[in-house]
Design a protein around this ligand. Sequence first.
Ligand code: ADP
Ligand SMILES: Cc1cn([C@H]2C[C@H](O)[C@@H](COP(=O)(O)O)O2)c(=O)[nH]c1=O
Length: 215
Amino acid sequence: MPELVFFSGTMDCGKSTLALQIEHNRSARGLKGLIFTRDDRAGEGKLSSRLGLVTDAVEAGAGLDLYAYVVGQLSRGDKVDYVIVDEAQFLATEQIDQLARVVDDLDLDVFAFGITTDFRTRLFPGSQRLIELADRIEALQVEAMCWCGERATHNARTVGGEMVVEGAQVVIGDVDRPAAEVGYEVLCRRHHRKRMTSASAHAAALSPDVLPVGG
Ligand SMILES: Nc1ncnc2c1ncn2[C@@H]1O[C@H](COP(=O)(O)OP(=O)(O)O)[C@@H](O)[C@H]1O
Ligand SMILES: Cc1cn([C@H]2C[C@H](O)[C@@H](COP(=O)(O)O)O2)c(=O)[nH]c1=O
């Protein structure tokens, strides 16, 4: 049975890499995938991983009907054996419904990849709809880690190096960005709650208040 599968996790846990691996393994066996993405850091119409791999993809802009697009490809004689969607958190709820229809009415597997929650720990609309509709939800096997060594489960946003909890839900960015820019860092829930990033933890450790006093 074809499935709608949601591979979810924090930023930087290997989702895009896995998407590219699934694409590679299937295309190596003669299958043809249709790849959608939205607002990838590498630019429009790209699916990129931090390991340096990148492939072309269809930019799933706000108005694109994904079901109609797949039907259009099939109608003009193009082969489509499965569908991959990266950055699925950015899709509209209707677009996730369209992906479910691709599975049910066109009998194609759909593999969607995305972060579950935003920097405020709130579900993205696309991820919420995927959780509601997916046949399977898969957590990535390689765990992203918080600076404390615990498994990272949350995404923090920093502006000028400071963790923020207010702002627009969507701001394209990356981990390990210079402090002056908008950046992201993955944290465990405890340190997300305490708003403690690696930089603030380091600063606190160096503070005279916590340094052992000699003499
Ligand atoms: N230099 C490196 N050497 C080995 N693995 C790396 C390197 N840089 C990044 N990675 C791996 O790539 C993962 C990020 O992959 P990516 O697919 O871009 O993540 P996501 O799409 O989930 O944000 C990291 O968790 C790490 O496992
Ligand atoms: C937490 C959070 C992230 N984003 C953006 C930042 C990146 O451009 C993508 C996630 O990409 P990745 O391949 O999973 O690293 O999402 C955002 O817009 N808002 C957020 O709250």
